[in-house]
Write a protein that binds this ligand. Structure first.
Ligand code: ZN
Length: 326
């Protein structure tokens, strides 16, 4: 037995849930300053490794497992993708389809059909724009200086702008003549409705990823509920879905148990997904996933790392996510 097999055998009943954003051999300007992602070869190697070592399950099996306790096969693995980038349609779906691998794609209401650019993608786009014309740095520095924003490190400041102050990204772009709408129109960074329909017709499943991708722990409880409800209703009606699944934008850190109770009691969601790794979660109908972004290792090495982290948390009795009640 190699080290992966030794670790896997201890957790053979656990659902392993790798998730991705992009797969590409290119670096789109709206992502390249945010995180690294799998190349096509790396992704194909990941899939071959899953097919050899796991039983890949689809969303309906996961819903039945969580909601009615229907057992999953040994070493179950569930695959998903967040943010609904166009590369899902261009690259990911054809590869998955050719290998017969099921997956779920979580899409954000305001990004579908390239209506709006995600504020984090705006930050990356600003940085790549500055990269092509360093003189813009002085212009932005003067502009931010006028707004009493620290100017010592403009680039990291742009990357640190959060959801609540995201209009600053629009103001900076306007000041330096960067047109987000033109980028949306010419580059189509996100999936269109017709591409999503074609993905569903191929047998894949779709979930919601909120209305406009806020950090949930910056929202009030009622804002969290509305973001989830409206995002879910939109994709459900738009694509005639018979199931209701949701992946938290960013993560579900410090989300209260009350939120999950509302999701269940008001029948807003069947199940939801966080991104905290291979950790146990007692929140109602909520499962955690393992990120495969920012990883330059093989799937075996990455999963070993997640298994070891879980083992270590179990040893010190900290493998359970703690949540505020409300
Ligand atoms: Zn996301």
């Amino acid at each position: 037995m190699n080290s992966f097999e030794k670790l896997q055998v201890q957790f053979s009943a656990n659902l392993t849930s790798p998730y991705y954003h992009l797969v590409s051999d290119e670096l789109p300007n709206h992502v390249k300053y945010l995180y690294t992602f799998r190349t096509i070869d790396q992704f194909i190697n990941d899939l071959d490794f899953y097919l050899k070592n796991y039983n890949i399950v689809d969303l309906h099996q996961v819903i039945d497992y969580v909601k009615v306790g229907k057992p999953l096969p040994i070493n179950p693995l569930f695959l998903s993708f967040d943010d609904g980038f166009r590369e899902v349609y261009d690259i990911v779906v054809p590869i998955l389809y050719s290998k017969g691998v099921p997956a779920t794609f979580f899409v954000t209401k305001q990004f579908i059909d390239n209506k709006e650019l995600f504020y984090r993608n705006k930050a990356s786009l600003l940085l790549s724009h500055i990269d092509t014309n360093p003189l813009l740095l002085k212009k932005i520095s003067d502009f931010l200086g006028d707004l009493s924003v620290p100017t010592s490190n403009i680039l990291s400041h742009i990357l640190s702008i959060d959801y609540n102050s995201r209009t600053l990204l629009d103001n900076i772009a306007m000041h330096i003549g960067l047109d987000y709408q033109k980028y949306l129109d010419t580059q189509s960074p996100y999936l269109t409705s017709s591409q999503i329909k074609a993905i569903i017709e191929k047998g894949f499943t779709i979930g919601s990823h909120s209305v406009d991708h806020p950090k949930y722990n910056l929202l009030t409880l009622s804002e969290q509920v509305e973001q989830t409800r409206l995002g879910m209703e939109y994709v459900q009606h738009q694509f005639n879905l018979t199931y209701k699944v949701f992946a938290f934008p960013f993560n579900d850190n410090r989300i209260s148990t009350r939120f999950y109770k509302i999701m269940k009691n008001e029948n807003i969601l069947d199940i939801s997904f966080g991104s905290s790794g291979m950790v146990s979660d007692l929140a109602m109908n909520n499962l955690q996933r393992c990120s495969f972004d920012n990883m330059q290792k093989t799937a075996s090495e990455i999963l070993c790392q997640y298994y070891v982290e879980k083992q270590n948390r179990l040893i010190i009795g900290k493998d359970l996510i703690k949540r505020p009640f409300c």
